[in-house]
Design a protein around this ligand. Structure first.
Ligand code: AMP
Length: 290
C-alpha cells in the first residue's frame, strides 16, 4: 500500500461515518464494508480478510438490526460482545468499525423500507415475515453511510446474498457485491453466532444439516436429477435426528430462487432446521449437471 493507513477508529454516528468516508473517497481511497451483527466467529473474519484484499480501507459494521427480527425471535438475547468482536476483527487489519445504536439508524418516524418483491417471498422469507425487508433496508443504509465500493457477504445466508445482489442491480447502487463460501467447523457444522445457543447434545444433533446436504450432494454425484429424490436424501438424515425439526428443506434455482423439480441448471439446496429452539440455516449449491 502506497499510503499510511489511518489509525483504527470506532464510529457510532452515521453522519460522522458518512463525512469520514466521503473524505476517504475524495483522497482516492477504495472502501470495503463487511456488515455483521457481531458475535464474530471465523466466518466473519474470513469475510474481513477477503475485504482486506479488495480495498484500501476496510470497515466492519456491527449492528443487531431490530427490523429484521420478528416479535418472537431472539433480538433481546442475541449475543453481544463489542470489545471481544473488535479485538478479533483487528487481527484482520480493519481500519474502521461502525457500531451505531438502533436510535441512530432508525430515527423516530422511520417508515421507508426496501422490498425485493419475489426473492424475499420463499424459504426464510416465508418463515420470517418482514425479515428481508429489514435486511435490505439496513444494508442499503450501511452502503450509503459507508460510501463503500465493495461489500463482502457470506454464502451461508444464500437468500440474503441473492436479495442484496438484486437490490444493488435494480436500484443502481454503484457497489460490487462479493460472496464468500460458507466457513465450517471441521465436522461440517456451518459457523453461526447462533451456535452459541446449542447445548453439547444439540451441537451434535446440529450435524444433521451438513450431513443432509452431503447426502443430497452424493445422490447428485451418483446421477440423481429428480428434485424430490435429492430432497428426500437430505430430509432423511434430518428426520432421523430426534432433536431436529425441519422448518424447510428446498431445492431452488440459484439465482431466481424458484422451485427446481429436475436438476438441469445450478440449484441451491437450502434448509432451515430447529435444533431445540435454535433455528439454524445451511445450504449447498449443486452443480454436478453432466
Ligand atoms: P451475521 O452477523 O450472522 O448477520 O452475518 C454477517 C455476515 O457474515 C453475513 O454476510 C453472513 O452470511 C456471514 N457469515 C455468517 N456465518 C458465516 C459462515 N459460516 N461462513 C461464511 N460467512 C458467514
Amino acid at each position: 500500500m502506497s499510503y499510511a493507513r489511518p489509525p483504527f477508529e470506532i464510529i457510532r454516528d452515521p453522519r460522522a461515518m458518512r463525512a469520514h468516508t466521503e473524505d476517504l473517497r475524495r483522497d482516492g481511497r477504495t472502501i470495503a464494508v463487511v456488515p455483521t451483527m457481531g458475535a464474530l466467529h471465523e466466518g466473519h473474519l474470513t469475510l474481513l480478510r477477503e475485504a482486506r484484499k479488495r480495498a484500501d480501507i476496510v470497515i466492519l459494521t456491527i449492528f443487531v438490526n431490530p427490523t429484521q427480527f420478528g416479535p418472537n425471535e431472539d433480538l433481546a438475547k442475541y449475543p453481544r460482545d463489542e470489545a471481544g468482536d473488535l479485538a478479533k476483527a483487528r487481527t484482520c487489519e480493519i481500519d474502521l468499525a461502525f457500531c451505531p445504536d438502533a436510535s441512530a439508524m432508525y430515527p423516530a418516524g422511520a417508515q421507508t423500507f426496501i422490498e425485493v418483491r419475489e426473492l424475499q417471498k420463499p424459504m426464510c422469507g416465508a418463515s420470517r415475515p418482514g425479515h428481508f425487508a429489514g435486511v435490505a433496508t439496513i444494508v442499503a443504509k450501511l452502503f450509503h453511510v459507508t460510501n463503500a465500493h465493495v461489500a463482502v457477504f457470506g454464502e451461508k445466508d444464500f437468500q440474503q446474498l441473492a436479495i442484496i445482489r438484486r437490490m444493488v442491480r435494480d436500484l443502481d447502487f454503484g457497489i460490487e457485491i462479493v460472496g464468500v463460501p460458507i466457513v465450517r467447523e471441521q465436522d461440517g457444522l456451518a459457523l453461526s453466532s447462533r451456535n452459541a445457543y446449542l447445548s453439547a447434545e444439540q451441537r451434535t444433533a446440529a450435524l444433521c444439516l451438513s450431513k443432509g446436504l452431503a447426502a443430497a450432494e452424493a445422490a447428485v454425484v451418483a446421477g440423481e436429477r429428480d428434485g424430490a429424490k435429492i430432497l428426500a436424501a437430505a430430509r432423511a438424515l434430518i428426520e432421523a435426528e430426534p432433536l431436529a425439526r425441519i422448518d424447510y428443506v428446498e431445492l431452488r434455482d440459484a439465482e431466481e430462487l424458484t422451485p427446481v423439480t429436475t436438476l438441469s441448471r445450478p440449484a441451491v439446496l437450502a434448509m432451515a432446521v430447529f435444533v431445540g429452539t435454535t433455528r439454524l440455516i445451511d445450504n449447498r449449491v449443486l452443480r454436478h449437471l453432466g
